[in-house]
Design a protein around this ligand. Structure first.
Ligand SMILES: Cc1ncc(COP(=O)(O)O)c(C=O)c1O
Length: 456
């Protein structure tokens, strides 16, 4: 299908899934590529446009995963395609330790303008993946404070390099891969749906703040602690927002002890939350992180990640400590410039809020319909639904979510599970989705849940 038509198309499955061409490619994949790079979807992409992708057999899917939060601008945004094509004709590569190139400088300037870290003037360095941004943020925090330890949260996901995977809560991602880097300590995240029984939300916020103080008493004393690393909404961990009052308390605790606050906005950034970053919401409350990592939707699918912080922090590192061959690749940087321009020009933060309002209204009404839908939560267009076997026991129902993901794909809707128990469904629709596509996706998801819960 022509890209223009695909952009406005609705989901349409015309073969058994996987179709014959997809099946052949999936078989080649299983021979050529390690099975540990796991994939449960019957979908082999031929082209993408907006929120839609067409597979190699002509099936059309609505993609609510978007490469796990990479496609806030959707597939093949025409401005990004044009900028990358033009840059490709000039040069592909210019390693910043050898040859200075303009796209890196221009994008760093834009990031310094929009990324709301606390202290200015800001600077930004680029790397290739979210995990690399995390590694660099940790290096920066350790170098700037001269302290060795990093405090992370249960349920966190920070990537798959050895440091990042060790900072990640779910041990399934790292089992058998140790030894791991030293100096990482884990603290309870304020998972309000699963807070201790009998506590109000306000009491729970206070309780989780005391857990932070305990960590500084019992795990890593302040003089040894470089930073807390926090996802403003835990992504892989189950789309769990950190309550603003708790983040404010965490910020105050950091200030009391000279500890840095690193916000991992790799999944939450670039208009997903209804603002450019969740840290913009925090700024309205008068608190801000010292360092922000971003990636995923930053360059609409080209490999790019960033660490933004004050020049003062970066100046504490001697020359040569950060860098890398491909970080801030010119093709990715020109894509990044178009992403920021499109979000601002096309009002995608406002669109994210609109989509969120519609989706949240639907999900909340389903909560009345389906006993198994225990919780609906999120910030802006980053919404999660947690499924349980019983609302009283809150026993996670991962099997139901696995079945929903599988059946929705068969009807042309790609959605993904999340959560340490695998029982959360995540909503990460591209923000360029049309109203008709949004309604079509909600309708497929509703009918899939209705069918599977009736059977349960
Ligand atoms: C919050 C967060 N941090 C870090 C990462 C790692 O990013 P990457 O896969 O690009 O290394 C992810 C990826 O899902 C993420 O969601």
């Amino acid at each position: 299908m022509d890209t223009e038509l695909l952009k406005d198309a609705l989901p349409k499955i015309v073969t058994e899934l996987p179709g014959p061409q997809a099946q052949a490619l999936i078989e080649r994949r299983s021979t050529a590529i390690p099975a540990t790079i796991a994939c449960g979807y019957p979908c082999v992409i031929a082209r993408g446009a907006g929120a839609m992708l067409e597979d190699v057999d002509g099936n059309i899917f609505l993609d609510w995963v978007g490469g796990v939060g990479v496609l806030n601008l959707g597939y093949s945004h025409p401005k990004v395609v044009a900028a990358v094509s033009e840059q490709a004709l000039r040069y592909f590569h210019g390693m910043m330790n050898i040859v200075t190139h303009q796209p890196y400088i221009a994008l760093a300037e834009q990031m310094n303008r929009i990324v709301p870290t606390r202290s200015t003037p800001r600077q930004t360095m680029f790397a290739n993946s979210g995990a690399e941004a995390i590694e660099n943020a940790v290096k920066l925090a350790r170098g700037a404070t001269g302290r060795p330890n990093i405090l992370v949260f249960n349920g966190a996901f920070h990537g798959r390099t050895l440091m990042a995977v060790h900072m990640t809560g779910k041990r399934a991602y790292s089992e058998g891969l140790g030894p791991f880097p030293d100096g990482v300590y884990r603290v309870d995240f304020p998972y309000l749906y699963r807070r201790p029984e009998g506590m109000s939300e306000e009491e729970a916020v206070r309780y989780y703040l005391t857990r932070l103080e305990d960590a500084l008493l019992q795990a890593s004393p302040p003089a040894q602690t470089a930073a807390f690393v926090l996802e403003p909404v835990q992504g892989e961990g189950g789309f769990i927002p950190a309550p603003f009052a708790w983040v404010e308390g965490l910020r105050a605790l950091c200030d009391r002890h000279g500890i840095l606050l690193i916000a991992d906005e790799i999944q939450t950034g670039f208009a997903r939350s209804g603002k450019m970053f969740v840290s913009n919401w925090w700024a309205e409350g008068g608190f801000a992180p010292d360092i922000i990592t971003s990636a995923k939707s930053i360059a609409a699918g080209l490999p790019l990640s960033a660490v933004t912080a004050s020049q003062e922090l970066f100046d504490s590192l001697p020359p040569g400590l950060l860098g890398g061959t491909y970080g801030g690749n010119p093709l990715a940087c020109v894509a990044g410039l178009e992403v920021i321009a499109a979000i601002e020009r096309d009002g995608l933060c406002e669109r994210s809020a609109e989509i969120a309002e519609r989706a949240r209204a639907a999900f909340s009404s389903w909560q009345e319909e389906f006993e198994q839908l225990g919780d609906v939560r999120g910030i802006g267009g980053m919404l999660g639904m947690e499924f349980v076997k019983s609302r009283v026991s809150k026993e996670p129902d991962a099997a139901l979510v696995t079945a929903i993901v599988k059946h929705a794909a068969q009807r042309g809707l790609l959605v993904e599970a999340a959560g340490i128990y695998g029982n959360v469904l995540r909503f990460l629709s591209p923000l360029v989705i049309t109203d008709l596509q949004l309604e079509a996706g909600l309708s497929i998801l509703h009918d899939t849940i209705a069918q599977l819960t009736a059977r349960a």
